[in-house]
Design a protein around this ligand. Structure first.
Ligand SMILES: [Zn+2]
Ligand SMILES: [Zn+2]
Length: 156
């Protein structure tokens, strides 16, 4: 989706203390199955989208965010309801990651469909069965995967 056609989307935490706005389509979308993400979210996997840092605005409740620092990232939660809203990753400086699961209404991240993938499938929970056809990677996806998959098969 061209950035010019993108209408702002909104997300919020469960209790409503924190609300954010995203002004651009997400660059990529990941479903991460690593044990750290599972513990951070309390779910079998975590879904992330990201945009350039200045394309995400916290419209309400900055003071309600608590931050947990892990070795490679900072994770921002609502300190009242515990909802996990945002993250900043050292390996992706200048970007802001958000959780599409917290978007309001019918909003979607607007990411390129070929960018959607499962990562760290090699450490997924034994409780989980992945039942879609998205690409899967044992750890991080190689950086060229999205670019490669944009080519039409057979096209030169
Ligand atoms: Zn909250
Ligand atoms: Zn993870």
């Amino acid at each position: 989706m061209p950035a010019s056609a993108f209408q702002p989307i909104y997300g919020r935490c469960e209790c409503g203390a924190v609300r954010y706005r995203v002004d651009a389509p997400a660059e990529e979308l990941y479903h991460c199955h690593c044990s750290r993400c599972r513990r951070l979210h309390g779910t079998l996997f975590a879904t992330y989208a990201y945009v350039a840092g200045d394309q995400l605005v916290i419209e309400k409740g900055v003071e309600s965010l608590a931050t947990y620092h892990s070795p490679l990232a900072s994770w921002h939660f609502c300190r009242t309801c515990g909802c996990h809203l945002l993250a900043e990753h050292e390996h992706n400086p200048g970007t802001m990651w958000y959780m599409p699961a917290t978007l309001e209404g019918e909003a979607t991240p607007g990411h390129p469909k070929e960018s959607e993938k499962h990562i760290f499938v090699g450490s997924k929970s034994p409780c989980e069965t992945i039942s879609d056809d998205l690409p899967q990677f044992d750890e991080y996806a190689p950086p060229d995967v999205s670019v490669t998959s944009k080519k039409t098969p057979g096209a030169s």
